[in-house]
Design a protein around this ligand. Structure first.
Ligand code: NDP
Length: 315
């Protein structure tokens, strides 16, 4: 049978490019888990994906109810689940004030981390039941959350601190909207959420890899300077960022190439090692990258896991 893969945020950018790359092999059925049904259908059509290779299902990661409803709908569909890709994200670098999920949690961490945390916890059983030879749970990370890299040292830097804000629910009422308890900063909230993504992947690996055989992985796909992720940035930034990445940092990668990279992490027989953060060198060859000290901190990973369980109602 075909492999069955769920990709969140497959309506644009990296998620769409990955859905396209996998569907073109004819070996995968892609479930595009998206908040805007029509946009996703149109995106799949204009990418030339053929109808028998994908299904669009509604998922709004900024609502824990929607996550639970998506999981119910998916279970009712009786499709197997072989690979789950947590890809969707919001980035609000110019936001002056925080915005919130349906549950009253700061939007970047609420969507990028907590929505995906609940989704992957609820779908783990489906993956366990799959008879597919190589089952994988992939959480898209980023270099910007990695303070051991040049890009990760551009201020404001990611820093989870003692996680007092996260423990308080990031609600802006009786707790800070930032994980470390500081003042709201949209760019930092995004980076913090990506550190949570990378810590969660490793905690999954420690808790479940041996028993389930599932491969848990994260990746930095390269700087895809043209995606919608930068839609909220100022116009001058959006104009100059792609050539800057192409010619100065040389970290630029096209959407198509980034999609091929993530598709490798989904299906390549040589990328089955669990607990790995994948990156690609200048010749587009994959290698196991190092995470920053904070993004590989075992105690922090456990604490993020435990607090997140409470916030999403699993504990
Ligand atoms: P895009 O903005 O193009 O894609 C993000 C996707 O997430 C969109 O499909 C968007 O949906 C979806 N999304 C946002 N909020 C929600 C929500 N509440 N529920 C469901 N879906 C939602 O950005 P990219 O493709 O660049 O980003 C994809 C991933 O790649 C992210 O995890 C990002 O952190 C990571 N990444 C990107 C880099 C880059 O340079 N671009 C570098 C490193 C990592 P909609 O279409 O409806 O807006």
């Amino acid at each position: 049978r075909k492999g069955s893969v769920i990709i969140t945020g497959a309506s644009s950018g990296l998620g769409l490019a990955t859905a396209k790359a996998l569907s073109e092999t004819g070996k995968w059925h892609v479930i595009m888990a998206c908040r805007d049904f029509l946009k996703a259908e149109r995106a799949a059509k204009s990418a030339g994906m053929s109808k028998e290779n994908y299904t669009v299902m509604h998922l709004d990661l900024a609502s824990l109810d929607s996550v639970r409803q998506f999981v119910r709908n998916f279970k009712e569909s009786r499709r197997p689940l072989d690979v789950l890709v947590c890809n969707a994200a919001v980035y609000q670098p110019t936001a002056k004030e925080p915005t919130f999920t349906a549950d009253g949690i700061e939007l970047s961490v609420g969507t990028n981390h907590l929505g995906h945390f609940l989704l992957s916890r609820l779908l783990l059983d489906n993956m366990k039941q799959s008879d597919y030879p190589s089952k994988r749970l992939i959480i898209v990370g980023s270099i910007t959350g990695n303070t051991n890299t040049l890009a990760g040292n551009v201020p404001p830097k990611a820093n989870l601190g003692d996680m007092r804000g996260l423990a308080g629910g990031l609600n802006g009422l009786n707790s800070s909207t930032m994980i470390d308890g500081g003042d709201f900063d949209g760019a930092k909230a995004y980076k913090d959420s990506k550190v949570c993504n990378m810590l969660t992947m490793q905690e999954f690996h420690r808790r479940y890899h041996e028993d389930t055989g599932i491969t848990f992985a994260s990746l930095y796909p390269g700087c895809i300077a043209t995606t919608g992720l930068f839609r909220e940035h100022i116009p001058l930034f959006r104009l100059l960022f792609p050539p800057f990445q192409k010619f100065i940092t040389k970290g630029y990668v096209s959407e198509e190439e980034s999609g091929k990279r993530l598709a490798q992490v989904v299906s390549d027989p040589s990328l089955t090692k669990s607990g790995v953060y994948w990156s690609w060198n200048k010749d587009s060859a994959s290698f196991e990258n190092q995470l920053s000290e904070e993004a590989s901190d075992v105690a922090k990973a456990r604490r993020v896991w435990e607090i997140s369980e409470k916030l999403v109602g699993l504990a």
